[in-house]
Ligand binder design. Sequence first.
Ligand SMILES: NC(=O)c1ccc[n+]([C@@H]2O[C@H](COP(=O)([O-])OP(=O)(O)OC[C@H]3O[C@@H](n4cnc5c(N)ncnc54)[C@H](OP(=O)(O)O)[C@@H]3O)[C@@H](O)[C@H]2O)c1
Length: 203
Amino acid sequence: MRVLLVGNSGTVGSAVESLLLQRGHQVTGVSRTSSPALDTSDLRSVSSFFAERSSAENRYDAVVVAAGGTPFKALAELSAEDFGQALNAKALGQIAVAQAATPLLSDGGSITLISGVLSEIPVPTGTAASVANAAVEGFVRNAAGALPRGLRINAVSPTVLQESWEAYAPAFPGAVPVPASAVANAFIRSIEGIETGQVIKVW
Ligand SMILES: NC(=O)c1ccc[n+]([C@@H]2O[C@H](COP(=O)([O-])OP(=O)(O)OC[C@H]3O[C@@H](n4cnc5c(N)ncnc54)[C@H](OP(=O)(O)O)[C@@H]3O)[C@@H](O)[C@H]2O)c1
């Protein structure tokens, strides 16, 4: 398959890219620092990236996002701007990618977004992340029934990765981290499988 992977240089994205390549897929990785660049937090960047690829030779079989971060702060310290930033960086950017990529996907192709365990399991500093992850999952559940041409859409929801545990452990009391390879396999399940409208949990 021809796969567009947003965030291929990250902790999650690099594991997804390695597994896709191992499985014989052709991967185009993009991020804010790639050339050409794609910044999911800038809706103009998203629309111009896909508009420039609107010709028939730029078809993808799968579009995958493994990017987007959210502020981690105690609820009392979270401002309206923090919630806006979380929603923009994690949810609206991924939704914009899904919408702009839809015309470029081949029939029966797929979109895979990323959410996270905090949509369902709260942690003390994770309120903004919980809101943004839940928005991603709500979009996926609805869009699955509305996409044309047999296109599918899922979200992968990881808990903290072992590779990120050192940075995130204080924010996730009692969590059991998972290897990036397990998260990468959840993306493969979405890309190569037949599921749609699912939140594929890795926790
Ligand atoms: N790591 C975890 O334990 C974990 C657990 C659950 C969920 N998640 C979720 O997984 C996603 C990726 O996390 P990660 O830990 O892999 O992050 P990461 O290591 O910081 O990597 C982020 C990747 O996305 C790219 N990126 C960042 N902001 C971007 C933007 N606005 N537009 C386009 N690309 C962007 C980065 O490249 P550039 O810097 O070049 O743009 C990089 O390739 C996030 O949504 C995170 O919430 C992570």
